[in-house]
Ligand binder design. Structure first.
Ligand code: C5P
Length: 234
């Protein structure tokens, strides 16, 4: 169960990041690095993580032309990155090219390929937001469409909200990995819109849960993590 949990390190302060990691890893053994933690500290941060047995979800949500994305993969292979994210909206051509480059690079170097996860619709999006962007249909319609295109392009997994897990499982089965942010114990959503509890997400078929502020902003993070892990047992 602990292998399903990903700790979101959304903090600029390296000292604080180290404190959080030392408190919570283990039992957590995957951390999520995004722009907030990476941009000011990336060298020291990766040096620190490499001293621990922690793998990295690199959450930069690539959304660029095929050439730019494909030429970014050296970094992924060189930094113990287990999972990285790309926007499904980058499109099938870009996703396919990227997957192909990953396979070629992995064969050439005999290194394990980082897993590519496509972000369907951000968990902060609600129906009004997608209407204002002139997307047709409901959130579910759009998530299903983006999931289908991403799976066809060869991604290893999808990032979706808890609200779409069952729908994706029903339409695309159990092979595709599902990674779910927007995890909350109560109704305090912050800027998120589509939220679920850890237990609901796992029961509906999530493979990975991203634990962000619900854990990192707790007064006692260790006991909060214990509560989360206990809520997932039985
Ligand atoms: O603190 P909170 O639980 O809201 O953090 C969620 C984390 O997951 C953030 O780092 C955010 O960037 C990320 N994320 C997300 N929605 C997605 C993909 C990633 O909230 N669709």
């Amino acid at each position: 169960m602990e292998n399903s949990l990903i700790l979101a390190l959304d903090n600029e302060d390296l000292t604080e990041i180290k404190k959080i990691v030392n408190e919570l890893c283990p039992p957590i053994n995957i951390v999520k690095i995004g722009p907030i933690s990476f941009l000011n500290n990336h060298k020291e941060l990766f040096d620190f993580l490499s001293t621990k047995k922690i793998s990295v979800m690199f959450d930069f949500k690539f959304f660029d032309i095929p050439n730019t994305m494909s030429n970014s993969i050296n970094f992924l292979f060189n930094n113990n990155i287990n999972i990285f994210t790309v926007h499904a909206l980058a499109g099938e051509t870009a996703l396919r090219k990227l997957k192909n480059e990953l396979d070629v690079f992995s064969k050439k170097t005999s290194e394990i390929r980082p897993k590519m996860f496509a972000v369907t619709l951000l968990t902060s999006f609600n129906q009004n937001e997608i209407n204002s962007l002139n997307f047709k249909g409901t959130i579910s319609d759009n998530v299903l469409n983006l999931a289908e295109k991403s799976i066809k392009s060869g991604v290893d997994g999808l990032v979706c909200s808890g609200e779409e897990i069952s729908l994706i499982r029903k339409n695309f089965g159990n092979d595709i990995k599902l990674l779910v942010p927007g995890i909350r114990f109560n109704s305090n959503a912050n800027d998120q819109s589509r939220i679920v509890s850890p237990r609901q997400a796992i029961d509906m078929g999530a493979d990975y849960l991203v634990l962000g502020r619900t854990l990192t902003e707790a007064n006692d993070r260790k006991s909060k993590l214990d509560d989360i892990i206990n809520s997932l047992k039985n």
